[in-house]
Design a protein around this ligand. Structure first.
Ligand code: GLN
Length: 422
């Protein structure tokens, strides 16, 4: 397909009828599909064919949806642009020459280009919301524990959730209704939210709601992005919401804390790819260490190697307290700040991304710049909260997204505010 949104175009038919019958859903390629290759955008898993379906894939089939193919992504979800995929970058279908965002860039691009009705992405630090914002579509990152991660190939377990990407808030909410709810295969799933009706919450009624705007999440954004974001707030005020400024002082440490935790978990999760039990084999040569090293040297890309090295360093004896434990302390502080804010407001709002989509090729040589682009999305994962990204106009012809963050398991409010803006 023209924008390279799919790694594998094999489709999987769902049951005859159900709430999503006749709908196609692109599935990010880190979500297991029985009998259909699942690569995580990595040469390491180039020929991996899962023996079972992820719970979300089984729920799609029960709901009558057809899997439209496996969507391109940054390798193992590590990136903000979908340029670190071993299968080549995905191009933004609405902004030529620009990245679609990442890491679920294939999912968002496929929806924006009309190559699928709906898509599933995963969000560890923004990977649903960023590509939704960059491609001018809607993405929801659910509360940690709302959606089963059974069959999701792990990047950073304590941070990530599977969630919907769709052209409209109502369609994203409908897909969330299908995939949400407790699962015996994932002990981190919860009963909370099980009787919610997200599709019904897309009613646009924000009369009487209080929207808090954390100043720290607006300050660093481009002028053109802030203009669109403020116009969105005016729109919501005109519909009866109250907007007030709030402060989340801890978020200034969120990017650092996120990257230490995400890389530490990644270094541990990716240890299983040794070419013997899992993944690409470079052949048996020398001792075990040499054999493992050869497989990993050959099949992991640069960004994955960088993170495994940094994560291993942060967890090693002598540095554990200095980096990993400190990052966990910062994470606890971020959670407290959000809890305090939600005592006064119903929902929080910010630009999803501080900039419009960047030109392709620009960020590969500058990982730090790429990490800083996650400033507004990673605090939400550290605090395990739900958030939505909704299109909020354009700056210089490039899409801008507005993000709404809710208290735990209050996806309904997040959906309601998103639909009002839409
Ligand atoms: N850009 C972030 C990272 O590279 C987010 C990735 C994600 O949510 N999977 O870690």
């Amino acid at each position: 397909m023209s924008h390279n949104a799919f790694i594998t175009e094999e489709t999987i038919e769902g049951d005859d009828d159900g709430p999503l019958s006749g709908k196609t859903v692109a599935v990010k390629d880190n979500i297991s599909t029985e009998g259909v290759r699942t690569t995580c955008g990595s040469e390491m898993l180039d020929d991996y064919v899962p023996p079972y379906d992820a719970t979300v894939v089984a729920r799609l089939a029960d709901a009558g949806a057809t899997v439209a193919g496996k969507a391109n992504m940054d390798e193992f979800g590590m990136g903000t642009t979908t340029e670190t995929s071993a299968f080549g970058p995905t191009e933004n279908p609405v902004s030529e020459g620009r990245v679609p965002g990442g890491s679920s860039g294939g999912s968002a691009a496929a929806v924006a280009a009309g190559e699928t009705d709906l898509a599933l992405g995963t969000d560890t630090g923004g990977s649903i919301r960023c590509p939704a914002a960059f491609c001018g579509v809607v993405g929801i990152k659910p509360t940690y524990g709302l959606v089963s991660r059974y069959g999701l190939i792990a990047y950073a377990n304590s941070l990530e959730q599977i969630g919907p990407i769709a052209p409209t808030v109502a369609e994203a909410a409908e897909l969330l209704d299908v995939i949400a709810g407790p699962d015996d295969h994932d002990a981190t799933t919860r009963e909370e939210g099980a009787d919610s009706n997200y599709a019904a919450a897309a009613d646009g009624d924000v009369e009487g709601l209080t929207i808090g705007v954390p100043t720290e999440l607006v300050e660093g954004a481009d002028e053109g992005v802030v203009e669109q974001f403020e116009a969105a707030l005016d729109d919501l005020e005109s519909q009866g919401a109250t907007v007030e400024k709030v402060s989340l002082p801890s978020v200034e440490h969120a990017v650092e804390a996120y990257y230490v935790i995400a890389m530490s978990e990644a270094s541990s999760n990716l240890a299983r790819y040794d070419g013997v039990r899992y993944g690409h084999s470079g052949g048996f040569e020398g001792n075990w260490n040499e054999t493992f090293a050869k497989a990993r040297e050959e099949a992991f890309g640069d960004e994955v190697k960088r993170r495994v090295l940094l994560g291993t360093y942060a967890l090693s004896a002598g540095y554990h307290d200095k980096y990993y434990k400190k990052a966990q302390d910062a994470r606890a502080w971020v959670k407290q700040d959000f809890d305090a804010a939600f005592e006064d407001v119903d929902v929080l709002a910010s630009p999803t991304m501080p900039t419009p989509p960047f030109p392709m090729g620009e960020s590969l040589d500058d990982p730090l710049k790429m990490y800083l682009a996650d400033a507004n999305t990673v605090p939400v994962n550290l605090a395990n909260l739900p958030a939505i990204s909704v299109p909020a106009g354009e700056t210089d012809g490039l899409p801008v997204g507005a993000q709404f963050i809710g208290p735990k398991f209050d996806e309904e409010t997040v959906v309601r505010v998103g639909s009002a803006l839409e």
